[in-house]
Design a protein around this ligand. Structure first.
Ligand SMILES: [Zn+2]
Length: 142
C-alpha cells in the first residue's frame, strides 16, 4: 500500500511537536494531523484507512526531523510510578515496625473508620482485638 500523499504527517492547527514523544502523545489522543496534501486526519481515520499499518511517519522539531508514531499506543512504556517517600516515620508495636500513615490518611480516619496500627478497622478511639490501638490514639490525637 502506498502512503504517498499521506505521510509524513505534520501537527495541525499550529500545534508544534518538538520531540517525537510529543507527536506520539497527540497521535494517541487522536488529535488532528495534516497530510502533505493538506488533508486533516487523525489516528482513528488512519486506522480505518490502513487497518494493518503499525506506524506512520511524522515531522517534528520545526519540521526538521521525521520519525515514526506507532498505532499501538501500548507500545509506549508507562511512566514509572513515583517512588514512595523514604524516611517515613514508623512506630514499633508488638515487635514489628509499622509506617505512620500520612497526614491525609490520618485526617480521613477522623471522619471514617480508623485503622489500628496492625491494619484492623477500629473506632477512631478504639483498640483492635489484637490489642493494637488506632493510629489516632497512638499519635495522641484523641
Ligand atoms: Zn488487629
Amino acid at each position: 500500500m502506498s502512503l504517498f500523499g499521506t505521510e509524513p504527517l505534520t501537527a495541525a492547527y499550529g500545534r508544534k511537536h518538538t520531540t517525537l514523544e510529543e507527536a506520539q502523545a497527540d497521535f494517541n489522543k487522536d488529535k488532528d494531523f495534516q497530510t502533505p496534501s493538506g488533508r486533516y486526519t487523525n489516528r482513528s481515520d488512519l486506522a480505518k484507512m490502513y487497518p494493518h499499518l503499525e506506524r506512520i511517519r511524522v515531522r517534528f522539531n520545526r519540521l526538521e526531523d521525521t520519525g515514526y508514531v506507532l498505532f499501538k499506543a501500548e507500545l509506549k512504556p508507562e511512566p514509572e510510578p513515583k517512588p514512595k517517600p523514604k524516611g517515613r516515620p514508623t512506630v514499633t508495636w508488638n515487635g514489628e515496625e509499622y509506617a505512620v500513615p500520612s497526614d491525609r490518611e490520618i485526617e480521613q480516619m477522623l471522619w471514617d473508620t480508623a485503622e489500628a496500627i496492625d491494619g484492623c478497622r477500629v473506632e477512631p478511639d478504639g483498640t483492635c482485638p489484637h490489642g493494637a490501638p488506632s493510629w489516632l490514639l497512638q499519635l495522641g490525637m484523641i
